[in-house]
Design a protein around this ligand. Structure first.
Ligand SMILES: C[S@@+](CC[C@H](N)C(=O)[O-])C[C@H]1O[C@@H](n2cnc3c(N)ncnc32)[C@H](O)[C@@H]1O
Length: 384
C-alpha cells in the first residue's frame, strides 16, 4: 500500500467516472497533496509536543492509561499513532514502535502558509486542523473538552467556512452525494435532507438535480443545531429551483420522525452528508428513514468512507475530539471502530435495515483508495 504524502495518480479520475469531469483535476489533486504534506508535518509536531517518540505498547489505549491522559482524547491519540504509521513515520520495535529519526522537510506552519497563498479557499481546512492540534494536549490533561475547543461562539464562523463548497477539501463529498441524489431522483421528487449543517450539501444536491433536468418539487431541510439550521435554511432558499417548495425543521436522527414534524410525510429521496455515522442506533435510524420513503424511493448516504473497516482516515482528527463521534456502539462487519464506516459496512447496514439495490459511488472506491490512500469520499445509495 502506498504511503502518504504522495503524488496523486492522474488515473484517479478514470477510476471514478461517476464524479463530474474536471472535479479531480490537477489543481485539486495538487491542493490535496499540500494538505497531505501538512498533516504529515503536523503529526510529527504533535507527537513531539506530547513526547510521544516511542512506545513499548503497540496500542493507543495502554499509552493513554499509562500517561494518565483523559479518555476524551484517546481517539485522537489513536488517530495520531495510526497516521504517523500511514505516513511511514514509525517503525516497529520488539514490543511496540518508535518514530523514524530524521528531520521534517518543512514545518506545518510553512506548508500551511504556502498552501493558503496558492489557494486561499483551502484556509478553513488548515485552520480546523491547527485548532485541533493545539487543543489536544489540554484535552488529554482533562482541562478542556474537545467539543468546547472546537465549537463555541468564536469558532462558529470557521465551521460555516469549513462545511462549505468553497472549501475544496470539504466540497468533494457534496459533489459525489449530489450526483448520487440526482441519479436516484425522478423529476419533481420530494427530498429530505438530514444533518444539513450550513446547507453546503443542499446546494450541491439542488445544483446536480437541476443540471440533470430533474428539479425537485419539495425540499425538506433538517438539522439538529439551531445555528446551523438557520444558516442552512437561508442557503437552501437561495439555491432552490423555481417552483420547489421548501421547509426547514429541527430534526434529530436519533429520534422518531413522527414526533418531529414528519408525521405521515413521504419522500422520494432521503439523504445526508457526513451525518448518519453519528446515529446512536444505526439500525433504528435507517429503519426510521426507510419508513419515510414513498414506494420506489431511495436513500443516499454521503460519507467519508474508510478504505477498510478499521483503516485510519488521515483527515479525521477534528471528529475524533467529539464525544458523539466516539460514543457509538460497534457492530461486527458493520462498524468495527468508532466514527466513519467503510463502504462495505454501509452496504451491510443498509441491507440489514431492509434496503435493496445498494450501490457505492464511486463503484471502484476501493481501487481509488489502493492507488491513493487519502481517497475516502463517497456515497452509498439504496432503494427502500
Ligand atoms: C459533518 S456536518 C454535515 C454538514 C452538512 N452536510 C453541510 O453541508 O454543511 C454533520 C451535521 O450533523 C449534525 N448532527 C449532529 N448530530 C445530529 C443528530 N443527532 N441528528 C441530526 N443532525 C445531527 C451536526 O449539527 C452537523 O451539522
Amino acid at each position: 500500500m502506498p504511503r502518504l504524502p504522495m503524488t496523486i495518480p492522474g488515473n484517479l479520475e478514470a477510476l471514478a467516472p461517476e464524479i463530474p469531469a474536471g472535479v479531480l483535476d490537477e489543481p485539486f489533486r495538487a491542493a490535496c497533496e499540500r494538505l497531505d504534506r501538512y498533516i504529515g508535518a503536523l503529526v510529527r509536531e504533535m507527537a513531539s509536543a506530547l513526547d510521544l517518540g516511542a512506545s513499548e505498547e503497540p496500542g493507543y489505549d495502554r499509552i493513554v492509561a499509562e500517561r494518565g491522559w483523559n479518555d476524551g482524547g484517546s481517539l485522537a491519540v489513536r488517530w495520531l499513532i495510526e497516521t504517523l504509521d500511514l505516513y511511514g513515520l514509525t517503525e516497529r520495535t520488539s514490543g511496540g514502535w518508535r518514530l523514524v529519526p530524521g528531520p521534517a522537510a518543512a514545518s506545518s506552519t510553512e506548508i500551511r502558509a504556502e498552501a493558503e497563498r496558492l489557494l486561499p479557499a483551502a484556509g478553513p481546512a488548515y485552520e480546523v486542523l491547527e485548532l485541533c492540534a493545539a487543543a489536544l494536549p489540554a484535552v488529554l490533561r482533562g482541562e478542556l473538552r474537545g467539543q468546547d475547543a472546537l465549537f463555541g461562539p468564536t469558532t462558529l464562523g470557521l465551521w460555516f467556512d469549513y462545511f462549505s463548497n468553497s472549501n475544496p477539501h470539504y466540497a468533494l463529498n457534496n459533489v459525489i452525494t449530489g450526483a448520487a441524489v440526482a441519479r436516484a431522483a425522478r423529476p419533481g421528487a420530494r427530498i429530505l435532507e438530514v444533518g444539513g449543517g450550513g446547507g453546503s450539501a443542499a446546494e450541491a444536491a439542488l445544483a446536480a438535480l437541476t443540471q440533470a433536468g430533474r428539479p425537485p418539487s419539495a425540499y425538506v431541510f433538517t438539522e439538529l443545531q439551531p445555528a446551523f439550521l438557520r444558516r442552512g435554511a437561508r442557503t437552501v432558499q437561495r439555491a432552490l429551483p423555481a417552483g420547489c417548495e421548501c421547509r426547514a425543521l429541527r430534526f434529530d436522527i436519533n429520534l422518531e420522525p413522527a414526533a418531529q414534524g414528519l408525521d405521515g410525510a413521504r419522500f422520494d429521496v432521503v439523504f445526508g452528508v457526513n451525518t448518519l455515522h453519528l446515529a446512536h442506533d444505526l439500525a433504528a435510524t435507517l429503519a426510521n428513514l426507510r419508513a419515510l420513503l414513498a414506494p420506489g424511493g431511495a436513500i443516499v448516504v454521503g460519507e467519508l468512507l474508510r478504505p477498510s473497516p478499521i483503516a485510519p482516515v488521515h483527515l479525521e482528527l477534528p471528529f475524533t475530539l467529539l464525544d458523539e463521534y466516539g460514543r457509538v456502539p460497534l457492530s461486527d462487519g458493520i462498524r468495527e471502530r468508532p466514527g466513519f464506516m467503510s463502504a462495505q459496512g454501509w452496504t451491510r447496514a443498509l441491507a440489514a435495515a431492509g434496503f435493496r439495490e445498494v450501490t457505492v459511488i464511486p463503484a471502484q472506491i476501493e481501487r481509488c483508495a489502493a492507488i491513493y490512500p487519502g481517497f475516502y469520499c463517497g456515497a452509498v445509495a439504496a432503494r427502500g
